[in-house]
Design a protein around this ligand. Structure first.
Ligand code: 13P
Length: 252
């Protein structure tokens, strides 16, 4: 069985003092003896150093929310994967729907980021998911398949172990509406079948997380669904209490 992973996406939230309090509470709960679940924190860039220093040597891993697909150069305001490695990031989120929808990131840009992140030895949480309009048209599987195919076009079998896919239906993010277990299982199964065919990989080596209004009240149902290997949590990851409940539920 694959070890479950729970990742906290803090998005553009928290200032240093609150972030340190939150990280310290999570270290108390999951920092040393806890190994039932892989716990990952994705603070905004401004907090990577502070949070990274606190969790150093613990079981909790550091993740960035984004990166630019160049190692260095004249890209004002951007952050390179080497800078993330320099701050001890293990993971980077690529292709989050907020970046696709609000910032206008294309599948091609996502694919470039994936390629460079892997070259720089970062593990990737690759986000995919359909909009409400696409789900209402019933084209979610095609949309997601396309997102996965383009994002992973330069990825080979060896690299796949460093990639986790997060299925985040856009209509379920920050809306309080989560997808039903059946909807989640259908997409997760489709993603696993696609990857196992493409990479001739055993399903058991492919992790697919769910994201979208995950909270303590619905984690049990989500995490016990077939082919759900963890969760990417936004709003409920901003409080130690709710995030800890989610991690513990995933570890049971
Ligand atoms: P919410 O949990 O706030 O819906 O956010 C989900 C998400 O986008 C995680 O990346």
């Amino acid at each position: 069985m694959i070890k479950k992973m729970i990742a906290a996406n803090w998005k553009m939230n928290l200032l240093k003092s609150d972030a340190k309090l939150l990280a310290n509470s999570l270290i108390e709960n999951f920092g040393s003896d806890y190994s039932a679940v892989d716990v990952v924190l994705a603070p905004p860039f401004t907090l990577l150093d502070a949070v990274g220093n606190l969790i150093k040597g613990s079981n909790i891993k550091l993740c960035a929310q984004n990166m630019y697909p160049e190692e260095s150069g004249a890209f004002t305001g951007e952050i390179s994967p080497l800078m993330l490695k320099d701050l001890n990031c293990t993971w980077v989120i690529i292709g989050h729907s907020e970046r696709r929808q609000i910032i206008g990131e294309t599948d091609e840009l996502v694919s470039k980021k994936v390629k460079l992140a892997l070259k720089c030895d970062l593990k990737i949480i690759l986000c995919v998911g359909e909009t409400l309009e696409q789900r209402e048209k019933g084209v979610q599987n095609q949309i997601i398949e396309n997102q996965v195919e383009i994002a992973l076009k330069d990825v080979n079998n060896d690299m796949l172990k460093n990639i986790v896919i997060a299925y985040e239906p856009v209509w379920a993010i920050g809306t309080g509406k989560n997808a039903t277990p059946n909807e989640i299982v259908e997409v997760h199964t489709m993603i696993k079948e696609l990857l196992s065919m493409k990479f001739r990989e055993n399903d058991d080596n492919i992790r697919v997380l769910y994201g979208g209004s995950v909270k303590p009240e619905n984690i049990d149902e989500i995490i016990s669904s077939n082919n759900v290997d963890g969760a990417l949590v936004g709003g409920a990851s901003l409080k130690a209490d709710s995030f800890s409940k989610i991690v513990k539920a995933a570890g049971e």
